[in-house]
Write a protein of this length. Structure first.
Ligand code: ADP
Ligand code: MG
Length: 467
């Protein structure tokens, strides 16, 4: 039957169009005068519905009469959404790489042409595992001054995905400040409120791997179509895309498609858009369409409440002075804050004794030591000034004397290289410059490093002092 239909269709459309839109279709079964065909993607199905429905109808009616029905089955590549990391959500049955999704026969089509007897099913039940971790939710994402904006923007997005001006929502901030937690929380909340929406959480790294694989396997289009099915796309750590122009390009197309169709995009990054390097301008400008919200380092009160909450959830009691001590000494990373308290809980239950301040000091020291490894901008300025035998004030001064300018630029360069500070914050700490000056300094140093032997030696000497 299908071959006869194809012959008829072939005679009526351009060869190229036939090749693109009809050759990939596989007939699956014929029962009750309904022909099931398998198409490669939802996008494919929509295209057929939009452009070739009349033709299909005529062809099918010719073969099967007035009561003919057509059922679409969308082939889904299982490789994209699934696997890792929250395996408990993935059904234990070992799925094969291709899983056809039977679609309910229910009309939800906008196209009046599609009414009986020609039934094209509405698309339902497309199952994409969200990859969300339910233990990262809003309930246990404690609010404080440092995250209020980002948290409430996240809530707003979760209440009306795609329906706010926060699209995309970009959450940025340093390591361990809750970006991943908040990203999951938004997804979890959306799934809760709108179970029928397709939500996908994925790290930018994984996204990149999938993309590279799709290029290798010649399935780039399927990759794109897959992502275009999603209602809420959450990509974690987009700074990972820097310098990866192929992945940026494909993401740009996916982003545009989703955005145009009112779908929500949520991104996280360890840097503000102005500080992102090696990300294409057109992508950065898209990032700025929505809202960028920063997760800042938590203040003392927030740190205390995070610790208390953690203890409460684990059903562990701990003296206030210990909690206070931990909160006072671990300031810049919530993961470490949690790590320290978990380690204390473990030690106390292991040794079956109360945690003493002394033990707390030991544990905290371990955590703080690890973080102290990061060199500070003050330290960098001091070392560079010493090296060039000038004082820090001179290095920071407005003078344009060549060797001073160079020292200043080197300090900026190393601050960029060895700290996590933003360009803006480096600039403000090194003689109140703006981020553009810092960026310029970094580029100048890069250039000189290649062309000037003496300068190269400065960089090498100084690098040794910092690593
Ligand atoms: P990032 O992705 O920014 O590196 P994470 O989201 O992985 O940080 O957070 C690190 C840890 O800190 C996680 O265990 C997370 O649950 C916890 N955390 C971060 N922010 C909060 C918060 N506001 N309330 C409670 N826990 C938090
Ligand atoms: Mg993270």
């Amino acid at each position: 039957v299908w071959n006869h239909c194809l012959d008829f269709i072939k005679d009526n459309i351009q060869p190229q169009a036939f090749k693109t839109w009809f050759e990939p279709i596989k007939p699956v079964k014929l029962s009750d005068n309904a022909l099931s065909i398998q198409v490669p993607s939802k996008f494919f199905y929509e295209w057929l519905e939009e452009h070739y429905v009349k033709l299909l109808k005529v062809a099918l009616t010719k073969e099967l009469g007035e009561t003919a029905k057509l059922v679409y089955i969308i082939k889904m590549e299982n490789t994209y959404g699934n696997r890792e990391p929250f395996t408990e959500k993935i059904p234990s049955s070992n799925r094969s790489h291709v899983e056809p999704q039977e679609l309910d026969v229910a009309i939800k089509s906008k196209n009046p042409e599609l009414k009986n007897p020609f039934v094209i099913p509405g698309i339902r039940n497309i199952k994409i595992e969200s990859q969300l971790n339910p233990s990262y939710n809003f309930d246990n994402f404690l609010e404080g001054d440092s995250n209020r904006l980002a948290r409430s923007a996240g809530m707003a997005v979760a209440n009306k995905p795609g329906g706010t001006s926060f699209n995309p929502l970009l959450v940025f901030g340093g390591v361990g400040l809750g970006k991943t937690h908040l990203a999951h929380a938004i997804g979890v909340e959306i799934k809760d409120k709108y179970p029928e929406r397709t939500v996908l959480y994925i790290s930018a790294e994984k996204f990149t791997q999938q993309y590279i694989e799709s290029v290798k396997k010649n399935t780039r289009n399927d990759f794109i179509h897959f992502y275009q099915l999603i209602d809420v796309l959450i990509i974690d750590d987009v700074q990972f895309l820097s310098g990866k122009s192929g992945t940026q390009d494909v993401f740009f197309h996916i982003f545009n498609h989703l955005h145009q169709n009112g779908k929500q995009v949520i991104l996280t990054s360890d840097k503000a858009p102005v500080d992102m390097q090696d990300i294409e301008q057109r992508l950065l400008s898209r990032f700025k369409w929505g809202l960028s919200a920063e997760l800042q380092t938590p203040d003392y009160e927030t740190r205390i409440s995070i610790l208390k909450n953690k203890l409460y959830r684990d059903g562990v009691e701990m003296p206030d002075d210990i909690i206070d001590y931990v909160a006072k000494h671990i300031k810049t990373n919530i993961r470490e804050l949690e790590g320290a308290i978990i380690s204390l809980i473990a030690q106390s239950s292991f040794n079956k004794k109360e945690v003493t301040l002394e033990l707390a000091q030991l544990v905290v020291e371990k955590f703080v030591k690890n973080t102290k490894r990061e060199v500070s901008i003050d330290y960098i300025q001091k070392v560079v000034s010493d090296y060039f035998e000038m004082d820090v004030a001179t290095l920071q001064s407005k003078t344009r004397k060549r060797h001073i300018v160079q020292a200043r630029q080197l300090a900026m360069f190393f601050a960029k290289k060895f700290t996590k500070a933003s360009l803006a914050s480096i600039g403000s700490q090194i003689g109140k410059r703006d981020h553009a000056t810092v960026l310029h300094a970094c580029k100048t140093v890069d250039n000189l490093a290649e062309t000037d032997k003496q300068f190269r030696k400065y960089i090498d000497d100084l690098t040794k002092k910092f690593s």
